[in-house]
Write a new protein. Structure first.
Lengths: 192, 192
DNA sequence: TGAGTAACCAAGCAAGCGCTAGTGTAAATG
DNA sequence: CATTTACACTAGCGCTTGCTTGGTTACTCA
């Protein structure tokens, strides 16, 4: 469950597991399927992971840590105007969502399959990420760019953006950045 | 898979199944668990449903048909102003989402477990429902209440509203209607 | 009264599940 | 050179899964 055990081999296995979890769902993915995809036998799998649960936790941890890193970096590098920060955050969110799509789909839709311990650990990571959002939205509210309750707005925004994994086609004409900009324009009273 | 087989007994069984599917997830819910919750033996289950898949389809069909009925009725009964219709639709959406919560959570998060035939049938129902939304949003766009691409806006809106099942507490201080109003206020440039 | 039917049950099959035990082997380490 | 470590293998245990079979009960209606 911990990030310390992050050998290159394990990272690669985690990536493959994420793909299968998205294709089949966690419960329908058997350890034998995972092993075959990895080019080893099912017994060998348990040398890298304690049990099947730990593979799920690894997938989600990987994705969430990535999202946190990218968002922090993007916020550090962008201007201080609330509007810019809002757009930056939306872009960063959709960027990770689609470059690291498998891991995030698993994080969003297989969350409930985590056991209590892993769930607690990963909730902290997710909360840290959401805190970034709340801060950005606070600034936007204060600047009168948007209006409403800070938590409600945060959750509506995250909902709308996360839901894009259900319908957005990355091979279509619109880039994730376009999508982010259109979304920000939608919730801002005065369009540019 | 069809609505014709809708005996009262089957309806009740479907309701119980929805609850279990939400608690445990479709894959982790065994036919034995379903049977016990229904007060029968696992073998008897297959008198009412062809197989486990059909139970899932029944749950989702029930929920979607309900949502369609309620939304149509609400739209028929409300005034013609785009702003009123938008608010009405948002309220209707959250109302069904939380009075028929189990069925809708299953519809939203276990969709992928449907086989091809059931999926095709139910997609039509869902499309019919989404068409109601697109029409309402078209009117709102034309009246300059909101701005953006009609399909993008529809999907962002549906995403934000559907995501509420992940965080909204119906026993909290805010009613679903309040929630709907706050959401509409958020996406409309000029607050009331 | 007797045929038809909806609802149920006990028993169990074949397949598949997560996981373990014990072993082999090549490379790194003392 | 001896030992440890990392990674993989084979074989299979004990259990659960969705579903079937063959039969019983209770009720309806001609």
């Amino acid at each position: 469950m911990n990030v310390i055990n992050a050998s290159p081999r394990r990272k690669e296995l985690t990536r493959l597991a994420a793909q299968l979890f998205v294709q089949e769902g966690f419960d329908r993915t058997t350890v034998r399927m995972l092993a075959q995809e990895m080019g080893i036998k099912s017994g060998s799998l348990f040398h890298h992971f304690k049990d099947k649960q730990e593979i799920l936790a690894a997938v989600i941890e990987e994705g969430t840590l990535n999202a946190l890193t990218i968002a922090r970096k993007a916020l550090n590098e962008c201007a201080a105007e609330p509007e810019v920060r809002l757009r930056t955050m939306a872009r960063a969110h959709l960027e990770t969502l689609f470059t690291d799509r498998n891991a995030h789909v698993v994080a969003l839709f297989e969350w409930r399959r985590l056991d209590a311990a892993a769930s607690a650990h990963l909730s902290h990571l997710r909360d840290a990420y959401e805190a970034l959002w709340v801060a950005v939205i606070d600034d936007a509210l204060e600047a009168n760019l948007i209006h409403g309750d800070r938590f409600l707005v945060s959750r509506f925004v995250l909902g709308a953006l996360n839901w894009t994994v259900r319908w957005y086609d990355p091979n279509g004409p619109r880039s994730p950045d376009d999508l982010a900009d259109e979304f920000v324009a939608m919730i801002m009273p005065s369009p540019a």
